[in-house]
Design a protein around this ligand. Structure first.
Ligand SMILES: NC(=O)c1ccc[n+]([C@@H]2O[C@H](COP(=O)([O-])OP(=O)(O)OC[C@H]3O[C@@H](n4cnc5c(N)ncnc54)[C@H](O)[C@@H]3O)[C@@H](O)[C@H]2O)c1
Ligand SMILES: [Zn+2]
Length: 341
């Protein structure tokens, strides 16, 4: 699959685990995390410089960003060098941002190793880091030159991390692909499922359609990907990032937002029930105690960095497989939906 962007295009290529790091460009520099380095120790060649950071969100910081730049300078990386982001969404976002800024920009290859990174963060060119408690505050658009995918890596993921990525898969079905949603309802996907590779490709194809139509998030089309995210981001923020994983937070967000949609008369009746049953079967949560703190939730959503003029904006379903962006949503409906969980 080829993804087009304003400065060119990049391919999504499928690899076996053993071939994943073969034939990297000359002067490649791998940045990964310690968990992924251990997992791929047999495939990593000692001849390629490699930096392994602490796993998790704690590495999406200015400090880690600076450390990567200093390491690249000390190892002689130049403008013709290629960075290789080997890991989950944290490594992809961080290394992508390092690549966007090192010597005013060098190429980088994404090798996403979590389901979330394969279906979402490795495609679309958004890169960046957190600043204090504010997620993704500092960043850029910098497309990779290639994305290398290996479904084999997903069998090493802890179950909770796999399910976390499945939340984004359900989201694609819910907002733009009713047939995908039905496939997922009929056939639960696990790391060993023969359908997993096709499902990942289908999700990447859907994301590609959206980001090609709104690469820099300027015409509102890309915002449909935020279904579940207005509420989800508030949950992540109010619980202090960590206890509730991103996919878990957006699963709850999708449930709440489908209820908001039904209350507004925009979402077909029965959608909330159907979505909750699907998310339940996937062992994803559909509510959280913090949702009962309605004042804090609503205030947080109004402060979201994407909320224009403190307006509540949601990507809401009209039915499974279709959605619509809605600004200026009446706060009463949001409060009612949160209280009715
Ligand atoms: N740029 C975007 O468009 C975009 C989109 C969605 C999310 N994100 C970002 O992605 C990040 C979350 O990504 P994530 O969920 O991949 O988290 P992550 O990168 O922290 O990975 C989760 C955990 O899994 C481990 N891991 C990675 N691959 C593994 C494997 N194959 N087997 C076993 N363990 C493995 C990691 O070491 C880590 O501990 C967030 O920072 C979020 O903001 C970015
Ligand atoms: Zn998301």
């Amino acid at each position: 699959m080829i993804i087009k962007h304003s400065l060119g295009a990049y391919g999504i290529h499928v690899y076996s685990k053993d071939a994943l790091l073969n034939e990297l460009p000359d002067s490649s520099f791998i940045i990964t995390d310690q968990t992924v380095r251990r997992m791929l120790s047999a495939q990593i060649s000692e001849s390629i410089p490699l930096l392994a950071l602490e796993p998790g969100e704690q590495s999406k910081t200015l400090e880690a960003f600076g450390r990567c730049h200093e390491w690249l300078v000390s190892r002689g990386a130049n403008r013709k060098s290629t960075l290789v982001a080997l890991g989950g969404g944290v490594i992809g976002d961080l290394v992508g941002f390092v690549a966007a800024t090192y010597m005013r920009g060098v190429p980088f290859i994404q090798i996403p190793s979590t389901l979330l990174a394969q279906v979402d963060s490795s495609v679309g060119g958004k890169v960046g880091i957190d600043l204090g408690q504010v997620k993704n505050l500092v960043g850029a658009f910098h497309a990779p030159t290639e994305v290398r995918l290996s479904v084999e890596l997903l069998q090493y993921l802890p179950e909770r991390q796999f399910i976390n990525g499945m939340a984004e898969v359900w989201k694609y079905g819910a907002i733009m692909d009713a047939a995908l949603f039905e496939i997922l309802e009929k056939c639960p996907i696990s790391p060993g499922s023969p359908e997993l590779g096709d499902v990942i490709h289908r999700c990447i194809g859907l994301k590609a359609q959206v980001v090609e139509a709104d690469e820099f998030e300027t015409n509102g089309l890309r915002a449909i990907l935020n279904f579940g995210h207005t509420v989800g981001h508030a949950i992540e923020s109010l619980t202090g990032y960590g206890p509730v994983l991103h996919g878990e937070a957006i699963a709850i967000g999708m449930a709440v937002e489908s209820k908001i949609g039904e209350m507004l008369g925009l979402t077909e009746k029965g959608t909330y029930e159907r979505l909750c049953s699907a998310l339940n079967n996937q062992k994803l949560p559909i509510t959280h105690p913090i949702c009962r703190d309605v004042d804090a939730m609503v205030e947080n959503m109004k402060r979201d960095k994407k909320a224009a003029k403190r307006e509540l904006t949601f990507s809401l379903l009209t039915e499974i497989g279709q959605c619509k962006l809605l600004g200026g949503v009446d706060e009463k409906a949001v409060r009612a939906a949160l209280m009715d969980l």
